[in-house]
Design a binder for this molecule. Structure first.
Ligand code: GDP
Length: 166
């Protein structure tokens, strides 16, 4: 069975590490038990700085089977960064070369537990996802363990099917 490699992208402090740790620590680190057996899942967290862009994505993240683009719902600047990343992934057609289908991209609004200081409306995330053919999740690495597992499990499942995003 092939390994599944996911790139978790987004600005500094949006919760990329928290999401990955949440997902992986319930099971053996680095392993994901699927219905059809065991697959190794490598989730790599990449913080994108404002100065980085095309070259980083193209040169360093071409290996990914799927992309999880994260922003913090209480930080509008992180949403702007996530939007730029999603557009770049689409522009560069990342991942498409090694799959026959569209690149897998999930857009994740993290820190939903901070909705009392929300700066990004849920509808804005939904709209960006719809425009960019991404699946959309709004959740909290801190409080929504099941949703985090569901999101990553869906991504792993889709990636193992060959990149279908729905
Ligand atoms: P990264 O730089 O994107 O990897 O971000 P981290 O995973 O290191 O998280 C940055 C900060 O946000 C840490 O203090 C985390 O505890 C906090 N954090 C991460 N996820 C959540 C969340 O869902 N809710 C809240 N309230 N804080 C979170």
């Amino acid at each position: 069975m092939n390994d599944i490699k996911l790139a978790v992208l987004g600005g500094e402090g949006v919760g990329k590490s928290a999401l990955i740790v949440r997902f992986l620590t319930r099971r053996f680190i680095g392993e994901y038990a699927s219905a059809s057996g065991k697959q190794h899942v490598l989730a790599v967290c990449v913080a994108l700085q404002a100065c980085e862009g095309k070259s980083t994505l193209n040169d360093q993240i071409h290996w990914a089977d799927g992309f999880v683009v994260v922003y913090d719902i209480s930080d509008r600047s992180s949403f702007i960064k996530a939007k730029a990343v999603v557009h770049l992934i689409r522009e560069l057609n990342l991942g498409v070369a090694k799959r026959d289908a569209d690149t897998l991209v999930f857009l994740v609004g993290n820190k939903q537990d901070l909705c009392h200081v929300r700066e990004v409306r849920r509808e804005e995330g939904q709209r960006l996802a719809a425009e960019s053919q991404c699946q959309f999740y709004e959740l909290s690495a801190a409080e929504h363990y099941q949703e985090v597992v569901l999101m990553f499990s869906k991504m792993v499942h889709n990636a193992s099917l060959g990149g279908k995003s729905k």
